[in-house]
Write a protein that binds this ligand. Structure first.
Ligand code: SAH
Length: 376
């Protein structure tokens, strides 16, 4: 529901094409204005109505009375030695989130957050240890892309198309915020906004089964699943969401996910934790549970953070694990760790979860119970 009372202006940054058209129709304007304004905001990077010269002065005036283009504030930008960038963004309510840019030879990947903190509490992830505050709005999700594109275009040698890929692998579980994530995905794909290809936009999930089905019905962007363990006993421990959505059910959904497009596969993420999930028997179990599922496997060397007992598997163990999977016919890659000198690597994003009072701790426990179930 888009309210356009003068007291509460609509933040146009968070409207996908359909919502933008509805906004203009509701304002008594033609729906094609949506494309014009999307292009101004996302393609051209405008954050004020005065710059929108193909709109009449009267319309610009009307817009400035009922709407706004409101962005989070960039608190800091850190650059790693390998060219990785990390931004800390402060939201209107004081919470902070992190966004990471990872340049490679032929592409530039932006890793964006979907929630303030995360409720899932995976044992090896520092975001989970921060607690959870709230879902990001669509505007807050897409603003990470808006900001990164603008920032990068100002840096020497990086042009406007520095961001070729987006992965929803920052803070949070995107599929627990699916209503706000889907319009943001639509904006990423929209030619009037960012025009990214569906294969270059990836949603990563720990396996929220009903939302996976909902996502697939809404869009065919790429999917990554944080698997991390080949049996329920171990997965219950390191990815507690598994108690609610166990492996058998998860694999059944994965088997069906791209059934209508045989060229596509799901990326299975598997963090390599020394002595925990990296033994030959784990590789064998993995081969078994993944049989018949079209996957690529991405092994992620564990990135340590303060107060964790986990250790990264050594390089030869990771190699050996990969070789076993490859011999069984699975396309398997090892993720290169990037940006670890600025704590920008997977699982190291913390942002800042505001106001962690006792009341909030209780709220957190209740919310976690609701998502993961009583077993947690
Ligand atoms: N909630 C989503 C997306 C966020 S995490 C999900 O679970 O997929 C993005 C990826 O980084 C996930 O595969 C996650 O399990 C992994 N990850 C988390 N902590 C990590 C760490 N310390 N080292 C390496 N990978 C980690």
């Amino acid at each position: 529901m888009i309210a356009s009372s003068p007291a509460q202006k609509v933040n146009l940054l968070g409207l996908d094409k359909k919502a933008m058209q509805d906004f203009f129709i509701h304002a008594g304007e033609k729906p094609y204005r949506a494309d014009q304004v999307l292009k101004w905001i996302h393609f051209n990077g405008s954050d004020n109505f005065d710059a929108m010269t193909n709109l009449s002065k009267t319309l610009r005036q009307k817009l400035s009375e009922t709407a706004e283009i409101s962005l989070p504030q960039v608190i800091y930008e850190k650059a790693a030695e390998d060219g990785t960038y990390k931004w800390l963004l402060r939201l209107n309510d004081g919470n902070c989130i992190e966004t990471v840019y990872i340049p490679e030879k032929t592409r530039g990947t932006l890793c964006i957050s979907s929630q303030v903190g995360c409720i899932l509490n995976c044992d090896f992830c520092s975001t989970g240890k921060q607690g959870f505050n709230r879902n990001l709005t669509t505007a807050e999700i897409i603003s990470q892309l808006w900001i990164a594109v603008r920032k990068l275009s100002k840096l020497n040698g990086i042009h406007d198309h520095a961001v070729t890929n987006v992965v929803m692998m920052g803070m949070g579980e995107p599929l627990l915020n699916i209503d706000n994530v889907i319009p943001a995905l639509y904006l990423m794909l929209d030619d009037f906004a960012y025009g990214l290809s569906k294969r270059r936009v990836t949603v990563s999930t720990a396996g929220v089964i009903p939302a996976m089905t909902q996502l697939r019905a809404a869009t065919d962007v790429a999917l990554a699943v944080s698997l991390h363990a080949p049996n329920d006993e171990l997965r219950n421990k390191i990815v507690p969401l598994n108690k609610k959505y166990p492996l058998k059910e998860l694999m059944a959904v994965c088997r069906e996910y791209f059934r209508d497009d045989p060229r596509r596969s799901i990326t299975m993420e598997y963090v390599m934790l020394a002595g925990v999930n990296d033994k030959p028997e784990h590789a064998r179990q993995l081969i078994k549970i993944l049989s018949g599922v079209r996957v690529k496997i991405n092994l992620i060397p564990f990135n340590p953070f303060p107060h964790t007992d986990y250790k990264r598997s050594d390089a030869s163990t990771i190699q050996h694990f990969r070789d076993t999977l490859m011999q069984a016919g699975f396309n398997t890659t090892i993720r290169r760790t990037r940006g670890d000198d600025i704590d920008a690597a997977c699982g190291q994003l913390v942002g800042e979860v505001h106001d962690r009072t006792k009341r909030q701790q209780r709220y957190l426990e209740q919310a976690r119970k609701k998502v993961i179930g009583d077993a947690s």
